[in-house]
Design a protein around this ligand. Structure first.
Ligand code: SF4
Length: 411
């Protein structure tokens, strides 16, 4: 509690829910048995719970009752944060004896338990993020993993490889069935956004094709969807145009790290397929195709100072590095974003919460300086964005920068 109080004092301009969220993302939520009951009534397909719960069912996220600020639940028995049921169905986030406010959960959607025509569960194909958004995987494997080129922070590629070996899902899903799962889910939720995020392949043009086919099938089966966001390697101009032509509205070409000397070490696969200089060129090209506010680049914040990297940076140096990257991108109309790096093996390797709050505060200032919030769907500050897309506040896993424009200046 003292640590949280200290953070609140150090960041007086930052809305309290942002400070709490940043700290909860880094330190997790203490598991208690009630979470399992809760999970039976909630949406559980959050990415954070998938990776971190070790067989324990928990709701994917909680939402603060007063302003809907949404926080991923990463279960951690050592966390000082706890979810308690004070009165029947009155859930609270607590730290020690202090009540941090009423919270609720996305209800378990009606498509849970329903099957697609191949006899699989719909939830095998769709991951729900918040009430309006589904994430699907166009490629259930990352080629970088088997060749020893996986991004150094990535736990997902190993999980995907394991599932592939177990023959849970084919490497390239049948997109007709995947689209069927989306269509079934859309009968039970108000679907406004689809995110496509899967593994990578060495032939980047192939990766563009997989994403294109997947988006095409979904859009022809599930009808019009406000936003379609693709997370992929930096595609060439032709690949970008193909996505745009089938209805993709946003792209994330994630560099993950900025420092030139560490880049190859952190993302060896991406360094082989596209390379850092070309990656940057393709991000700039994408702004011309998708528009300002529709092109983003994510970083795994803190990882450049991971002590097991050769030539790792100090925390101060890595902060400067990420901010240099944010500046380069915002000056060109590209939206930087970052994930709070929380290594599942040893959380102490991650920088402390003030590190992430400093990054987010500086990012917020840069977005203001370059007048990018209107491009991100904010007519003014202090309101929830009427569109989803890059700054949706429900579905950004392990991120909180998207809450600044909606919470600063809010009544
Ligand atoms: S490209 Fe994506 S899935 Fe593959 S190793 Fe990197 S982060 Fe993991």
């Amino acid at each position: 509690m003292e640590y949280l109080d200290d953070l609140l004092k150090r960041f007086p301009e930052t809305p309290e829910h942002i400070v709490i969220k940043a700290d909860v993302l880094r330190r997790g939520v203490n598991f208690n048995l009630r979470l399992e009951d809760l999970a039976m009534r909630s949406c559980t397909t959050g990415l954070s719970t998938k990776d971190g719960r070790q067989g324990v069912e928990a709701p994917g996220q909680f939402h603060f009752g007063t302003d809907n600020t949404t926080v991923d639940i990463l279960v951690d028995q050592d966390s000082p944060y706890e979810i308690v049921e004070k009165n029947p169905a009155d859930y609270r986030l607590m730290i020690g004896e202090r009540d941090l406010g009423e919270i609720h959960f996305t209800p378990r959607p009606g498509y849970y338990g329903l099957e697609t025509s191949d006899g699989r569960q719909c939830t095998d194909y769709v991951v729900q993020r918040g009430p309006n958004c589904l994430l699907v995987t166009p490629l259930n494997s990352c080629a970088f993993f088997r060749k020893g080129d996986a991004c150094r922070f990535c736990a997902l590629s190993a999980v995907m490889d394991h599932e592939l070996r177990e023959k849970r899902l084919p490497m390239v899903p049948n997109y007709e069935i995947l689209a069927e799962a989306v269509a079934i889910a859309s009968e039970h939720i108000e679907l406004r956004e689809i995110k496509l995020n899967g593994g990578s392949v060495y032939h980047v043009t192939k990766e563009a094709e997989y994403n294109k086919k997947c988006a095409e099938h979904i859009l022809s089966t599930a009808g019009s969807i406000e936003e379609v966001t693709v997370f992929s390697q930096a595609l060439d101009e032709d690949g970008q145009k193909q996505l745009k032509d089938v209805g993709v509205t946003n792209v994330f070409f994630d560099m993950e790290a900025w420092d030139e000397h560490l880049w190859e070490q952190i993302v060896p696969g991406k360094a082989k397929t596209v390379g850092r200089a070309e990656w940057l060129r393709r991000l700039e090209t994408a702004v011309g195709i998708f528009g300002r506010g529709h092109v983003a680049c994510n970083f795994v914040a803190g990882f450049e100072s991971a002590p097991f990297l050769q030539g790792c940076l100090s925390h101060e140096e890595s902060l400067r590095s990420y901010l240099e990257g944010f500046r380069w991108l915002t000056e060109r109309g590209i939206v930087p974003s970052f994930t709070v790096w929380v290594p599942l093996t040893d959380r102490r390797l991650s920088p402390k919460t003030e590190y992430f709050l400093t990054l987010a505060e500086e990012l917020h200032k840069m977005l203001l300086e370059h007048d990018m919030y209107p491009d991100l769907g904010f007519p003014e500050l202090g309101v929830d964005p009427p569109t989803l897309g890059l700054y949706c506040y429900y579905c950004r896993s392990m991120q909180f920068a998207q809450d600044y424009p909606r919470l600063i200046g809010r009544d």
